[in-house]
Design a protein around this ligand. Structure first.
Ligand code: GLU
Length: 462
């Protein structure tokens, strides 16, 4: 039974890198009929906030990455961590360390001054035949993991291949501070074990933690999961994404008018591929997804490609659904949407022509507000030769059926009567009705408005 997890620290929003990690973990579980677990790693009380927890849940929800278990909060599991610490102390795989922090700092400074790697000197580490110092009175000890002192710790990373680290490189990690609080790497280990995680899929910024985590799991005598460390995501400019550089919240994509399925499809291809497939549903992705086709090299963000996917999904989306997404955007612009023209009808006309929901809202807005076309557009298109054809068209409007074919016939008739070509009338109509030179088919455009509204807008031509 496959069990994966996404384990964000709630210190900020869900950004694009986290979302991709979540997507891959989710898809791997879905592919194998397993479970996807959401775990909030909130032990860093100073940096974790309830707002950030909410932002992560919102982001996951917007993307539709549903979890089967959780969210589990590490802060609610403190008693469990304490049990494991006590067990390790009893088993001798962890020990009390009474070295005061100041002394540890001094030790590290000395080591650095000598050009050595700063590390704990093992004063309180039990060894066969070693006599430990007497614990100082009134000092609470930290708890350190008794890391194996020789040999290597190794794993076959599902993305990066075999990784081996000499144990001599690893310090005896503090697993509980003197105040009793467990430390980050230790909580992850206990959680991954308790939650039965079979594949740890996470960002490769955690690759240095893995040997420590494996050693603790081995000391506990439990099964070690498989690890897949995903390479980082670079920005459009090839620079590493960071909080200061381009690592925007997933919800910002919502604000910018992207559809979640476009973002998901885009993220799925960020470091993973299935032949040449570029456009696919999440159902398809969950059938295809494997860890063998993840590229170990960094993936570069490409906004143009995301925009292309977004336009693709906008074209195909149900107009009713888009209307529901566009309505709040119109309201935010102060636009009151009336029953006529119907918003889904407006959207049907424009959804193939826009790159995002905000452009769609901008296009739709002109149907519901009074517009004032720019005077240069009026001068350009309301030429002396066009005006008589326009007058004929206006005169004919009250007497025709209100549908595109009849409107089209009236346009043709009005231009023909004056020996003009279609655009001579189509352009003034576009400009007077929408303020824009580019619109969908002018017959369909006119037909969308109520007849009186067309007469009112055309009357502005004087
Ligand atoms: N909490 C860690 C983070 O947000 C992830 C830990 C893990 O996946 O093991 O970066």
């Amino acid at each position: 039974m496959i069990r994966t997890r996404f384990a964000p620290s709630p210190t900020g929003f869900l950004h694009i890198g986290g979302a991709r990690t979540a997507l891959f973990s989710w898809a791997f579980a879905r592919r194998h009929g397993g479970s996807f677990i959401l775990r909030i790693e909130d032990t860093d009380l100073a940096r974790s906030t309830p707002e950030a927890v909410q932002a992560i849940l919102d982001g996951m929800n917007w993307l539709g990455l549903s979890h089967d278990e959780g969210p589990f909060y590490q802060t609610q599991r403190m008693a469990r961590y304490q049990v494991v610490i006590d067990e390790m102390l009893a088993a001798g795989t962890a020990y009390h360390c009474y070295m005061p922090p100041e002394e540890l700092d001094r030790l590290r400074e000395e080591q650095r001054a000598q050009g050595l790697k700063a590390r704990y000197d093992g004063t309180w580490r039990p060894e066969p035949g070693k006599v430990l110092p007497t614990p100082p009175a009134g000092v609470s000890p930290a708890v350190r993991f008794r890391n194996p002192s020789d040999g290597v710790v190794a794993w076959d990373d599902l993305v990066k291949g075999r990784i081996e680290i000499a144990n001599a490189e690893l310090d005896d990690l503090v697993i509980a501070r003197a105040d009793g609080t467990p430390t980050y790497n230790f909580c992850v280990v206990v959680d991954d074990f308790d939650m039965g995680i079979t594949q740890v899929i996470r960002g490769d910024d955690h690759v240095n933690n893995t040997p420590r985590q494996i050693n603790i799991l081995q000391a506990l005598g439990v099964q070690v999961p498989q690890y897949a460390h995903l390479s980082m995501i670079l920005g459009d400019d090839g620079q590493k994404l960071s909080k200061r550089h381009g690592a925007v919240s997933v919800m910002q994509y919502d604000e910018e008018g992207y559809l979640p399925e476009a973002v998901l499809n885009y993220l799925a291809r960020l470091g993973w591929s299935h032949g040449d497939e570029e456009i696919f549903s999440m159902a398809q992705f969950c059938e295809w997804f494997d860890l063998d086709h993840i590229t170990p090299s960094a993936a570069q963000f490409n906004t143009e490609k995301l925009n292309w996917l977004n336009a693709h999904y906008l074209k195909r989306a149900e107009a009713q659904r888009l209307a529901a997404l566009v309505l709040p955007r119109l309201q935010a612009r102060g636009v009151t949407v009336s029953a006529t023209p119907s918003l889904p009808a407006v959207i049907t006309l424009y959804q193939e022509r826009v790159a995002n929901l905000n452009e769609l809202a901008d296009a739709a807005a002109v149907f519901y507000i009074d517009i004032t076309p720019k005077s240069e557009l009026l001068v350009k298109h309301l030429t002396p030769e066009a005006l008589p054809a326009l007058a004929d068209f206006v005169a004919g409007l009250p007497n025709i059926a209100w549908e595109p074919a009849a409107i089209g016939a009236l346009i043709k008739h009005s231009v023909a009567a004056h020996g003009l070509k279609m655009p001579k009338l189509a352009m003034p109509l576009r400009v007077l009705l929408t303020g824009q030179e580019q619109t969908p088919s002018v017959d369909a455009l006119v037909a969308l408005f109520p007849r009186e509204e067309v007469l009112k807008r055309l009357a502005a031509a004087g």
